[in-house]
Design a protein around this ligand. Structure first.
Ligand code: GDP
Ligand code: IMO
Ligand code: MG
Length: 428
């Protein structure tokens, strides 16, 4: 299986880090590529009880034999990159090689400044961004005033480009937000300070990945964020500013869609969301608090509490459709062990009408009320199970029922955060 995509099927934090780590250690993955987002991601990997978090670095960085790649579709803060990289070194991680696309756009300090101020000005209408400068950096890219990795290697061009970008940004900062203007020199000086370390990492990553696929090497594309946070297909405007769906892998890595063999949607056995925006199955009662507590639902990047709710099969079917999923990897089944009866949303009721598919408009989605089916719980600890047949009968039934309503086969199920706490439902 030369090209495998791993992506989020809900609103993020489904366990993409665990799935990526599992695949990169379990089989011979030669390259692992991030294709969208930036250090707004927070991916957790637990190896032998030791916890690691990756943000901008692909989760494969813990696997020395795998080349980790940051593709052209990613927005890169050099400061965040080396902070994360150096923390890995300090933790004694023996990292594999890291390559960064020459076309990847840069997040400079003014992007995060603008991100945070914009959110403050939006007040109660805020998106609840991570404040990492993701939206402003992608806005500059689309406005054609972005700065790319390759620009760092020509001081003259870099200064010209920073000047161009700051012209409009400084107007916004000083005239609208009443802040001080940012100088070209301070930005250029800061960015140039990373050139020495970045130089050996910069590469034509599209060429590299395509050549690897030509040679039948295995390439894993590690998604960040998720389907419902996609700028086109998510709950706009409460989304991120990139394309975390499978289609984004092609533009974010520079490969054609015909090269992709497997698209794995990672999905929790319930649902969580960070930041603002609609969430039909959200719980505001004791069940919600219990899911939050038992699931440890606190953000890895920002430390914010995640909103919690029941599994939403409408979202699952939608993710299956817009990504062309070949399979799901369902995580956190173990968290549900405490419930005797588990509600699962099978459809929505909107203004008195049943909707089995995602409604066409956001207004309708805001009014969607979940229609639940109730599945029997299993009431025992399953974190030690390693084979599907070892799961209690009701846990097996829960997995099978969800599989039937979610639009793609289930490849594996997570029964704990550890790499080994995985039950394969069917071998691929
Ligand atoms: P990502 O952003 O999709 O990589 O997910 P996060 O790392 O932000 O959040 C997923 C959380 O769930 C992390 O704390 C993982 O260690 C944890 N996790 C992943 N799979 C499982 C599982 O099967 N069971 C349990 N209990 N935790 C899991
Ligand atoms: P991983 O890869 C969960 C959310 C933010 C906010 C919205 C926009 O760990 O699953 P941004 O800073 O991207 O402009 O914020 O998107 N968000 C995430 N939520 N997991 C993530 O990443 C997220 N990355 C962004 O909370 O609602
Ligand atoms: Mg996360």
């Amino acid at each position: 299986m030369p090209a495998v995509v791993v992506l989020g099927a809900q609103w993020g934090d489904e366990g993409k880090g665990k799935a990526t780590d599992l695949l990169t250690t379990g089989s011979a993955i030669d390259f692992c590529v991030r294709t969208s987002g930036g250090h707004n991601a927070g991916h957790t990997i637990v190896v032998d009880g030791k916890k690691f978090a990756t943000h901008l670095l692909p989760s494969s960085i813990l696997t020395k034999s795998c080349v980790s790649v940051i593709g052209n579709g990613v927005v890169v803060s050099p400061e965040a990159l080396f902070r994360e990289y150096d923390a890995m070194v300090a933790a004694g991680v023996e990292m594999g090689e890291l390559k960064i696309s020459a076309n990847a756009h840069i997040i400079a300090s003014y992007h995060s400044t603008i991100d945070k101020i914009t959110e403050r000005f939006l007040g109660k209408n805020k998106i609840g961004t991570t404040g990492r400068g993701i939206g402003p950096a992608y806005a500059d890219k689309i406005n054609r005033i972005g700065i790319r990795m390759a620009d760092l290697f020509d001081e003259h061009i870099l200064a010209q480009k920073v000047e161009g970008a700051l012209e409009s940004r400084n107007h916004l900062l000083t005239k609208v937000y009443n802040r001080r203007a940012i100088t070209v020199d301070e930005v250029v000086e800061d960015l140039l300070s990373y050139v020495g370390r970045l130089q050996p990492m910069i590469a034509d990553t599209s060429l590299m990945i395509n050549r690897a696929l030509d040679e039948d090497k295995t390439v894993l594309f590690e998604g960040a964020q998720a389907t419902m946070l996609d700028v086109d297909h998510g709950t706009y405007p409460f989304v991120t500013s990139s394309s975390p769906i499978a289609g984004g892998v092609c533009t974010g890595a520079g490969i054609g869609p015909t090269r992709i063999d497997r698209v794995i949607g990672v999905i929790k056995a319930y649902t969580t969301r960070v930041g603002s925006g609609p969430f039909p199955t959200e719980l505001f009662d004791q069940d919600g608090e219990d899911l939050w507590r038992i699931g440890g639902e606190v953000g890895v990047s920002t430390g914010r509490d995640r909103r919690c709710g029941w599994y939403d099969a409408v979202v699952a079917r939608y993710a299956s459709r817009v990504n062309g999923l070949t399979e799901f990897f369902m995580t956190k089944l173990d968290v549900l062990s405490a419930w005797e009866r588990i509600p699962v949303c099978v459809a929505y009721e909107i203004d008195g009408q049943r909707h089995d598919e995602m409604p066409m408009t956001q207004t309708d989605f805001h009014h969607a009320k979940p229609i639940y089916e109730y599945l029997d719980g299993w009431g025992e600890d399953i974190s030690g199970c390693r084979e599907f047949a070892q799961l209690p009968a009701n846990a097996q039934r829960y997995v099978q029922a969800l599989e039937e309503m979610s639009g793609a086969p289930f490849w594996a199920v997570g029964v704990g955060p550890g790499r080994e706490q995985t039950v394969v439902v069917r071998d691929q």
